[in-house]
Design a protein around this ligand. Structure first.
Ligand code: 2M8
Length: 417
């Protein structure tokens, strides 16, 4: 295997998906700047072009709202081929954005980019710090419930059609969404994408929240979907720890962030499903979602050290050829092809693997890293892969897959933040 060639290919993909200051996840299927994809892109760039990495971050934050929210898509310039575009979201600001957020990996990635070159990064870190804090405050003010972080749309989780949302989605009546033309299935095999019944509900929630004027208080009272996402709680807890680290480094006040960390650490307990795993909670019904997804394995990445998910992780790794599937293979709805209901995602493995490594589970972390390396080296820089045979799925020439090759999965990667 010519790993140098694959390294070069990964760098080329980041350059190729660069639209002048921001990186698209992949041409065609996702032609705009996505929040967490962009953070992974910046982290990837930081391995060979730290200036470009910071540029990505600043461009992302041009989309930040006055209330601190960092949207999940920034529509810098009009592009064909994606639905729902800026007209559907109807957010009255420039650059146009969507009206919801995404997993807050930014503080963690930015810390790493800063550490790649502190001399160059110092002034950028100072500039971006306040913006990061205001995004974190937005989560605390609008989304924290019992120490867990709520999402108001499945797209905010980044795991769009995960099993976690099935019960909550079934409670939404999709009547009235009308006709629309999905563009994703023009690019990718429909078997690998969410179903129409999911899209109807995705749109119903967007229309409702848009009719609330994207007002978080109104959405909290009348919203159709409100689930405490175990993935976001873990990711946010980790991000708060990294934000604290940055605050100390820059000599800023830390009490507020320390308070958030304490509340989140307590909140993690509310994600513990007595059936024996970390789970999301439907805040409208108070019920656990009863689904064991890959997000439950962010336990270590979040900095919690209970090893409570270790048994399930070892079991699942033995049940599939390539870990970690986005859904438990023993679940009756497990589907190795359909998006977030079974396939393996390289960036998810990265977060899980880094957490495992940090907490001393070196062998398991290495196993996961090698499996991810093999997936990419054998099949290419795809969006996701089958956990059963590694078959490539979704979009090709994918930004975050290239980024994590350079930062974690590839043989020349540092393998940590
Ligand atoms: C997927 O989500 C978008 C909506 O945000 C979509 O399917 O249209 C998810 O995998 C999400 O996590 C990701 O950020 C995005 C772009 O890669 O695609």
């Amino acid at each position: 295997m010519n790993f140098d060639k694959i390294d070069r290919e990964a760098r080329k993909i980041l350059r190729r998906n660069d639209r002048g200051g921001y990186t698209v996840p992949t041409a065609g299927l996702y032609p705009y700047q996505w929040n967490w994809d962009s953070c992974f892109a910046a982290w990837g760039f930081s391995t060979f072009d730290v200036k470009r990495a910071w540029f990505e971050i600043h461009t992302l934050f041009t989309g930040q709202w006055d209330n601190g929210m960092l949207p999940h898509i920034i529509f810098h310039k009009r592009a064909d081929g994606y639905f729902p575009g800026p007209d559907v979201w109807d957010v009255p600001r420039v650059p146009h954005t969507s009206g919801i957020s995404q997993p807050p990996v930014a503080a963690t990635m930015i810390r790493s980019i800063y550490e790649a070159d502190k001399r160059y990064g110092r002034v950028h870190m100072e500039l971006i710090y306040g913006r990061l804090v205001s995004w974190h405050r937005w989560f605390i003010k609008n989304r924290m419930e019992r120490g867990m972080i709520a999402i108001t749309h499945p797209w905010e989780s980044g795991r769009d059609n995960a099993r976690d949302w099935d019960k909550a989605m079934a409670n939404i009546d999709p009547t009235g969404v009308g006709e629309y033309h999905r563009r994703d299935t023009d690019h990718v095999d429909p078997e690998m994408r969410p179903k129409k019944e999911d899209y109807d509900r995705y749109l119903k929630i967007v229309y409702h929240n848009r009719d609330c004027g994207w007002n978080e208080e109104k959405i909290a009272k009348t919203g159709l979907f409100r689930v405490a996402d175990v993935g976001i709680t873990f990711i946010f807890l980790r991000a708060c720890r990294d934000l604290l680290h940055i605050a100390l480094e820059l000599d800023h006040e830390t009490a507020e962030i320390e308070g958030w960390i304490k509340d989140l650490e307590a909140g993690v307990e509310n994600h513990w499903n007595p059936k024996g795993f970390y789970d999301s909670v439907d805040l409208k019904t108070g019920e656990f979602t009863d689904s064991l997804s890959s997000a439950s394995f962010f336990e270590w990445y979040s900095g919690m050290s209970g090893d409570r998910m270790l048994g399930h992780l070892n079991r699942i790794l033995d049940e599939v050829k390539f870990g970690v599937p986005s859904n438990d293979p023993e679940d009756e709805h497990f589907n190795p092809k359909r998006y977030w209901r079974g396939p393996v995602w390289g960036m998810v493995n990265t977060l899980i693997g880094i957490g495992l490594d940090e907490q001393g589970h070196i062998k398991t972390a290495e196993r996961l890293r090698k499996e991810t390396q093999e997936l990419i080296a054998e099949h290419g820089f795809y969006e996701y892969f089958s956990p059963l045979d590694g078959a490539p799925e979704g979009g090709d020439v994918f930004t975050w897959t290239a980024a994590i090759w350079l930062t974690w999965a590839g043989p020349h990667a540092k393998g940590r933040f």
